[in-house]
Design a protein around this ligand. Structure first.
Ligand SMILES: *Cc1c(COP(=O)(O)O)cnc(C)c1O
Length: 356
């Protein structure tokens, strides 16, 4: 059997969730969109079900997968509905629903629903992706309250630059939020992982941690709270071949790496078809036989090469960690010019093996 797999440590997931809620001092929706950032949404929801205040997903397809698996907790649709026809299912399955546009507000007013729904009314405070404009917000809030279709409204927004610890943008966005929601008196939700870890003073009755649940940092630089997160995913495989090469020998497609001395090169059963980034360059850290080493040459679809010259104990069958506790996904991501979010979401083909 091919040795490539992703171990998922559900106890670390629970620990990270508890840490998020402790930091926030408020209720926390565990963000498990995109199949829990590649970790498996149903299993992650089940692992958190005894303690999570609720879950957040991107769309109704993801929410119905959770309901079909027996997840009864609140589930928020972060983009609301894409078509008004979804509203019947939203009411039937008691899903919470973001409203980010006036057309959605109108659709709710015109819908006939089996029961009132809970709405999270989104304000665009400066990210300029989705959300009502500040000048429209209070009126939209009052229309929802008057519609007879809504059981409760939570006021939400989203930060564009909370991962930049020196940026004034999050405080500016919060000021816009305060001004636009003044006097409305509903519960609020602003903070995502970087805002939760790095911006303790910002308000949020409900926080929405995503990446931090999976134990990766949203920051590029070291950050005290982020350093306490526990990696949940270990992407691992094994050495399946060893090459003893002289100087001047190319390795892999395109001869992107050429040895400059005698080298031992290990071949690992892991490639870009498994989600390992093809753009990771020579030098990207890997962990092999209990030691840190580096990627060599181009990543292939099913295999990649690593440096065993300084790892004499490594041989065919030696374990390799591509990311996990010893090599942080953040370190691989920064070497490959991407973020841990994308590495996790891209994991495929390898079996997810649950522990804890
Ligand atoms: C994805 C998402 C989150 C979670 O973001 P992280 O940076 O992973 O914590 C929170 N809120 C909204 C609206 C999102 O789309």
């Amino acid at each position: 059997m091919r040795p490539a797999r992703a171990l998922i440590d559900l106890q670390a997931l629970r620990d990270n969730y508890r840490f998020a809620r402790k930091l926030a001092g408020s209720r926390a929706l565990a963000v498990i969109k995109a199949d829990a950032y590649g970790h498996g949404a149903v299993r992650c929801a089940q692992a958190l079900h005894a303690e999570a205040d609720g879950f957040a997903v991107a769309c109704i397809e993801e929410a119905l997968e959770l309901r079909a698996a027996g997840v009864q907790a609140p589930v928020l649709l972060l983009e609301g509905f894409f078509e008004a026809t979804e509203l019947a299912l939203i009411a039937e399955h008691r899903l919470w629903c973001v409203v980010h546009s006036l057309w959605q507000l109108q659709a709710i007013e015109q819908a006939s629903l089996s029961q009132p729904i809970q709405v999270w009314l989104k304000l665009d405070t400066g990210m300029h992706r989705v959300g009502l404009q500040p000048g429209d917000y209070a009126a939209a809030y009052r229309r929802l309250q008057a519609s007879g279709k809504v059981s409760k409204v939570v006021m939400m927004s989203h930060f564009a630059r909370a991962d930049e610890l020196g940026s004034p943008a999050s405080n500016d966005q919060t000021a816009v939020f305060r001004a636009a929601t003044q006097g409305l008196g509903a519960e609020t939700s602003l903070r995502n992982s970087p805002a939760l870890l790095g911006w303790p003073q910002l308000p949020s009755d409900w926080v929405r941690p995503g990446i931090m649940l999976y134990g990766a940092s949203p920051f590029e630089e070291a950050q005290a709270n982020a350093s306490r997160l526990k990696p949940v995913m270990t992407l691992e495989s094994k050495v399946i071949g060893v090459q003893q090469l002289g100087p001047g020998e190319p390795v892999g497609y395109g001869a992107q790496f050429v040895t400059d001395k005698p080298m031992r090169v290990g071949v690992v059963a892991m490639g870009y078809a498994d989600g390992y980034p093809r753009h990771a360059p020579t030098g990207t850290p890997v962990w092999v036989a209990g030691q840190r080493s580096r990627l060599l040459g181009r990543v292939s679809m099913d295999m990649l090469s690593i440096d065993l010259t300084e790892v004499p104990a490594a041989t065919v069958g030696s374990p390799v960690e591509l990311w996990g506790r010893n090599v942080l996904a953040n370190d691989v991501a920064s070497a490959a010019g991407t973020i841990a979010y994308q590495l996790f979401c891209n994991v495929r083909r390898v079996p997810l093996v649950y522990q804890g």
